[in-house]
Write a protein that binds this ligand. Structure first.
Ligand code: HEC
Ligand code: HEC
Ligand code: HEC
Ligand code: HEC
Length: 201
């Protein structure tokens, strides 16, 4: 029963926003030599998915080797408790090329190793020391007067793997399903509005 409800939710989303938003973007891997017209399949599957993310259809992704941390940080980054490895299952580039999907779509002629990132900027790697920190509770930072007690951005969100959404993740700033504000941002960063949603500088 639970599976049916989740599947129904997935199908409803396909029929509405997520499909229109992903279709034709860099996150639409249908075509592109994958031999399928399915869009969601490169990240989700209706059956046999893992629980790492909703109905996740990919391997665990590489672990982060070096976290972002600095002497001026109040919080301590720990990307293992974030969505970083989900993103890095493609954005480290190596895992992406070699990935075997948990449940390959029926009829797909996709050959693992046949995909490659085309833009070097898209390759984040497993060293996050030069990337915005992720994987810590937002509340660990709010003692710093430069961090807002309450986020002001319209779509900027906190996440977590448990029910309480408390943490800064890749998806605090990005929406994998929507490239309306490129590159997959949750809101415009004109005048640094995205940064100022959380920072008070
Ligand atoms: C490039 C990878 C990727 C693709 C393609 C993708 N998703 Fe997702 N999806 C994710 C990730 C990662 C999450 C976990 C939440 C997060 O980090 O944003 C997620 C979460 C979800 C969720 C639960 C949370 C929410 O946003 O409501 C649903 C439902 C969902 N995806 C549906 C879809 C559907 C339907 C499609 C195809 C039209 C799709 N996704 C395509 C990566 C993807
Ligand atoms: C199924 C593989 C896959 C997953 C999972 C995935 N991406 Fe991507 N993403 C891509 C590909 C492929 C591109 C296009 C890059 C290229 O070909 O150079 C891309 C492009 C992007 C871009 C735009 C880069 C640019 O230069 O235009 C952003 C931003 C991005 N992804 C963020 C994310 C985030 C954040 C997550 C996790 C929440 C994520 N992606 C998960 C495959 C993936
Ligand atoms: C605090 C906000 C924030 C967080 C957290 C964040 N990003 Fe980004 N990311 C951005 C912004 C803003 C840009 C666009 C930069 C630009 O246009 O110069 C971007 C760009 C990118 C790009 C495209 C690179 C390029 O220059 O084209 C990728 C890929 C990406 N992010 C992936 C990720 C992944 C993976 C994570 C988590 C490990 C992550 N981002 C966490 C804000 C964020
Ligand atoms: C979701 C909220 C959020 C958004 C959006 C956001 N940040 Fe942050 N950022 C934080 C938090 C929280 C910290 C950790 C602060 C601490 O613990 O001292 C942080 C840390 C940083 C740091 C490191 C601070 C240090 O002491 O080492 C820099 C630099 C930074 N952010 C810049 C940016 C920029 C630039 C943008 C826009 C592209 C941005 N941030 C968007 C919440 C956010």
């Amino acid at each position: 029963m639970k599976k049916i409800i989740v599947l129904a939710a997935l199908v409803t989303l396909v029929a509405t926003s997520a499909f229109g938003a992903i279709s034709g973007t860099a996150h639409d891997l249908s075509g592109k030599g994958t031999g399928t017209t399915e869009i969601c399949a490169f990240c989700h599957t209706p059956h046999s998915g893992t629980t790492q993310a909703p109905l996740w259809n990919r391997g665990a992704g590489p672990g982060v080797v070096t976290e972002y941390n600095s002497s001026t940080m109040n919080a301590t980054s720990g990307s293992a408790s974030s969505d970083a490895s989900l993103c890095l299952s493609c954005h480290d580039s190596t895992a992406y090329a070699g990935t075997v999907l948990t449940n390959v779509p029926n009829g797909s002629t996709y050959v693992p190793g046949s995909l490659a990132m085309t833009s070097v900027n898209a390759i984040i790697g497993t060293n996050l020391s030069n990337d915005h920190p992720v994987g810590f509770a937002y509340a660990d930072s709010t003692a710093d007067a430069g961090i807002r007690g309450t986020i002001v951005g319209s779509n900027v969100q906190l996440f977590s793997l448990t029910a309480a959404k408390t943490d800064v993740w890749c998806s605090s700033c990005h929406d994998v399903h929507d490239n309306t504000v490129a590159p997959f941002l949750v809101q415009s960063n004109a005048n640094s509005a995205l940064c100022l949603a959380c920072h008070n500088k």
